[in-house]
Design a protein around this ligand. Sequence first.
Ligand code: ADP
Ligand code: MG
Length: 380
Amino acid sequence: MHFLKHFSPELVVKSPGRINLIGEHTDYNMGYVLPTAIEKNIKFSLQKNGSDHHCNVYSRTYDTGFEIDLNKISVSRVEWENYILGVLYEISKISNELGGFDCIVASNLPTGSGLSSSAALECGLAFGLNELFGLGLTKLQLVQLSQTAEHTYVGTQCGIMDQFASVMSKAGHVIMLDCRSLKYDYIPIDLFPYRIILLNTKVSHNLASSEYNTRKEECEQGVAIIRKQFPQVDSLRDVNQSMLEECKNNLSQKVYLRCKFIIAENERVIKMAKALKEKDLPTLGGLLYEAHEGISEQYEVSCKESDFLVAFSKKNSNVLGARQTGGGFGGCTLNIVHQDAVLEFIESASKSYKDKFGIQLEAFEVKPSGGTSKLSNSVG
Ligand code: ADP
Ligand code: MG
């Protein structure tokens, strides 16, 4: 792209990926989640280009870029462009301060691996433009407009967790977020002598986006039926297991299982927060295995590769707990591994996984890290 030859960024921003310790698919059911950002991130180098509405965005990851006219934003046929276009569209709905800019995106965050590179992409751009043009948007506005961009331009009806985690995280902590009130607490996470090890299955089943939206609809179907008996119910957040049992005969087996998982998962987030505060590591590990069972058997958003790795971890007494993290159908498993056994664990898991699926997995440690931030700037 032409602009790359004359690029001297005024501002550099990084926006991280995230893990979610527990609380999968609870965000769009108005429940609780426990995410934190990780050290892997997407970096945005930005400059104003002096035009009113001409923009250039280039992704080093894909070695390709595109031009945008801010007066003519519309959905693209190229998937990744829609994360960018959606953010620009949502910003232009609430601010008319945006002008022409050039942006280079670079990343060390795996995409499509359940670590939410999508939210990092949306939030980093929104944060960067807010700084570059002095838009005066709050962090919460950046989070919400990024979430909406994913709904309207990408078509994934995601909850708020990923964007919230990317922007709001604090090093050494997980965020206990109530997705209904958006009230949150930072809970320190000290797992010593254990480490958080991610195993990337390297599979990213195409089902992820359509099945995600289907799960959301199934939960809504459940709520509509439960509400006939319990009119005060607005979301699965308002339902407990005994209410669900009372409505069981009116629900299909599938919808019943979806609801059962969400209700139990919400309870697990609360138990997990308590276990973290009390540093009760065996309970913490047990909750992870329990959650994975629900993810796999009740919510049915796992896959044979993730199930294999979690079952592998379960046989290893140096692993306290494991589960698939992220929206589902592959991506990474999160494992709590004793520090003395990390190398042996990674080697043996890699070998078994390679033998079984012929795929070389990727393994790395993650540390709870801070949210989207500015790296440098020479802007006034
Ligand atoms: P996840 O959020 O778990 O990584 P998603 O499927 O939700 O998986 O989002 C991945 C998508 O985000 C990619 O397919 C791509 O469209 C976009 N994306 C992520 N990182 C980049 C990048 N560095 N450059 C361009 N697009 C990216
Ligand atoms: Mg995503």
